[in-house]
Design a protein around this ligand. Structure first.
Ligand code: CUA
Length: 350
């Protein structure tokens, strides 16, 4: 970031920043054009049609039919200009709300008043987010308490972070550097202090940074030990035990469509797994009884994310391997996926 004393815009450091700035420029230009035009006409007509003598014209003389062509023109042109705003804005909105399938996944938990970040590989950080440059990054966000909002102006992106729900945000950083991270939803006394820094690094630096991480194992591995610690494995067939018929099999579950007791269907995504841990009775799988106790209050949001990662690592299909090698077809967010170049530093991490 250049040390400029005066900057109208934050640095444009993501793939979407140019589009957002383009739309913004269009909005400003259209507004400025019509503001100036109207201001000019107000003054111009005020002078041109000012009262020149005391004679009051008769209403009948003043009556004019009006120009149909004029009426149509000044309706159609603004309509077109605003429809461009709508279409352009919608297109950017759709791009921003649909993370690419190859995006690398990072998890963010907001709480009063800090940001906790977890990487799949196990590294954790607070009020900092390290990402590699020129990679699609997908954040899965949730809050432990109130509504926060994760915003990185240099990436032209912001997303509400809600308690009890997962939201996503994605971006592709295009410039190595350090960028401000803000909470943009008033969330209490120290809201203004809920800030941090996003570090965009080149791939080698990022891998070195990851390698220096926690040494606690990947999120899926940590999720697996939590899974065992909570005794989930005594009922749910998973990596290490077999089907027992009482509880749904978690192998190959993630990303599939599940048929529920009432006949409706649900996609087994992050939110569904989270809900099933906290509110097991909410959406019961067809063929199973309402026997699972709630784990609400027993698992933190961090822990839930790890459990979700563990279930994810069991793969969409044939997920019978252990978490260390599973998820060959899932996403490149898995550390073992081929899309991710194996950094020398990571070998020491696992
Ligand atoms: Cu968190 Cu404002």
């Amino acid at each position: 970031m250049g040390e400029k004393s005066f900057q109208l815009f934050p640095e444009a450091a993501s793939s979407i920043a140019g589009q957002v700035d383009g739309l913004y420029a269009y909005l400003v230009l259209v507004s400025a054009f019509f503001s100036l035009l109207i201001a000019f006409l107000v003054v111009f007509f005020a002078i041109k049609y000012r009262r020149k003598n005391d004679e009051i014209p008769k209403p009948a003389d003043e009556h004019s039919i009006g120009g149909m062509v004029l009426e149509i023109v000044w309706s159609i042109i603004p309509l077109g200009l605003s429809l461009i705003m709508f279409a352009w804005g919608a297109s950017i909105f759709f791009t921003e709300s649909r993370p690419p399938a190859d995006a690398m996944e990072i998890f963010v938990v907001g709480k009063q008043w800090m940001w906790k970040v977890q990487h799949n590989e196990g590294a954790r950080e607070i009020n900092e987010l390290h990402v590699p440059v020129n990679r699609n990054i997908r954040l899965t966000l949730t809050s432990e308490d109130v509504i926060h909002d994760f915003a990185v102006p240099a990436f032209r992106t912001k997303t509400d972070v809600l308690p009890g729900r997962y939201t996503t945000e994605w971006f592709r950083p295009t410039k190595v550097g350090a960028y401000h991270l803000f909470c943009m939803e008033y969330c209490g006394t120290k809201h203004s202090g809920m800030i941090g820094t996003v570090y965009v690094m080149n791939e080698a630096d990022y891998n070195a940074w990851l390698g220096a991480g926690s040494g606690e194992g990947s999120m899926a591995e940590q999720g697996e030990s939590l899974f065992n610690q909570l005794g989930c494995g005594t009922c749910h067939p998973s990596a290490m035990n077999k089907q027992n018929g009482r509880c749904p099999n978690l192998n190959g579950l993630f990303g599939t469509t599940v048929v529920l007791k009432d006949g409706s269907k649900v996609r087994a995504d992050e939110s569904y797994i989270r809900e099933s841990v906290l509110y097991p009775q909410a959406r019961i799988v067809a063929g199973y009884d309402d026997i699972m106790p709630t784990f609400k209050g027993l698992v933190t949001e961090d822990g839930l994310l790890k459990l979700v990662e563990y279930v994810k690592s069991l793969g969409p299909k044939n997920g019978t391997e252990s978490s260390a090698t599973a998820a060959p077809t899932q996403t490149s967010s898995s550390p073992q996926a081929p899309a991710r170049p194996a950094g020398p530093a990571r070998a020491g991490n696992q």
